[in-house]
Design a protein around this ligand. Sequence first.
Ligand SMILES: *Cc1c(COP(=O)(O)O)cnc(C)c1O
Ligand SMILES: [Zn+2]
Length: 446
Amino acid sequence: MTTTSVPYRAVLRCIQGCAGEHSLLEPIYRCPACGDLLEVTHDLDALRDRSAGSWMRLFDERYKRTTWPYGSSVWGKQEWVCPEVDADSIVSMDEGGTNLFWAERFGQELGVGDLWVKLCGNSHTGSFKDLGMTVLVSLVRQMMRRGVAIRAVACASTGDTSASLAAYAAAGGIPAIVILPRGKVSTAQLVQPLSNGATVLALDTDFDGCMAIVKRLSTEEGIYLANSMNSVRLEGQKTVGIEIVQQFDWEVPDVIIIPGGNLGNVSALGAGFDMMEALGVTARRPRIVVAQAAAANPLYRAYRNGWHFEPIKAASTQASAIRIGNPVSIDKAIRTLRRYDGIVEQATEAELADASARADRTGMYNCPHTGVALAVLTKLRGRGDIAGSDRVVVISTANGLKFTDFKLDYHRASVAELQPRLANAPLELPNDYDAVRRAVARATAH
Ligand SMILES: *Cc1c(COP(=O)(O)O)cnc(C)c1O
Ligand SMILES: [Zn+2]
């Protein structure tokens, strides 16, 4: 295993370009001068001490191996992610390295010959949030070891962030507080932080309301903020794009479709591609598409309105993790989409449910957010924005197993105003061979 003694360096800077930089080991979430978001910037000149080819070889050598902590595909790229964490502060549960699923049959149905689904939900807590949480919790552990006063880590969540935070905090021995909108996350997502021993506060509000409260806690109570407003998480999430390119033997796909809510993940995706380009690993850019639920579509509206953004009140959607009306990373996301020839498209409740079910019929098991992305793929292919020859990657953000009610409601046809085209309810039969034989005959008749 090759290691290096070059001191790589990353700092937090204001996205508006205000002067000054801050250490990643400082609990700071916004620019003290203008109040806007911060972002991590890396010392690219130091990273140029290795050639592009040498970085690719190093990342390939480490990929899914056992030398701590490099077997995690996030920490296998540590120099590009978070150089300042010591190996013994790292809290890792083997992030990344997830299946890039070749969606052959679904692609054939849509007329997309080269379709892939990046299954980020095949992860420790079942969503891509683990990619970022390992970085955040590792930084917190290092801060606490150095005597920074942090009472707990906390987040507001539409479900997956809290599941991930609770697990990583528990693994690192750090108290966690999660604030959820009561009745608006799935049962599995609620049970996860409870099981990991987090303090779970269910409030009578929506995600945006929970966010306002946790922000106050982080500025007034010595609580470390784990939402994506804190950009250190995005450094880990950034590896998803790098890993996709790595899985294609360092070739760039034509189009990447990603469901977006708070819009940290699309910003992270763009940041990963920016970094590969800056360090010579890639020479071209993919087109990036953000998929939103029609019920919670502030970015879609901005896209249709010359990138003029206005927050909205998000309505109820089955894609509960992207029910966000006032996304914190809106400016970063728009910047990314401008650079990556971006498209934003939306999907209705019926469209997302049918797309998810249709793709399930070809062997997947999609969460509703992935359903949004698949519905958008179907639309873009239909109107020719995606060509039949394009290599397309859909980012699947969570594991379908967390969304049993979504699946069950669909197959039982129990969602109001929704006619499921592919409902597949169990046939309930007596304990009788002939009844079974007749049912099999009906099922296999052409
Ligand atoms: C968090 C989440 C999203 C949205 O990611 P953002 O960074 O908020 O845009 C999408 N899908 C799932 C399953 C998520 O958990
Ligand atoms: Zn600033």
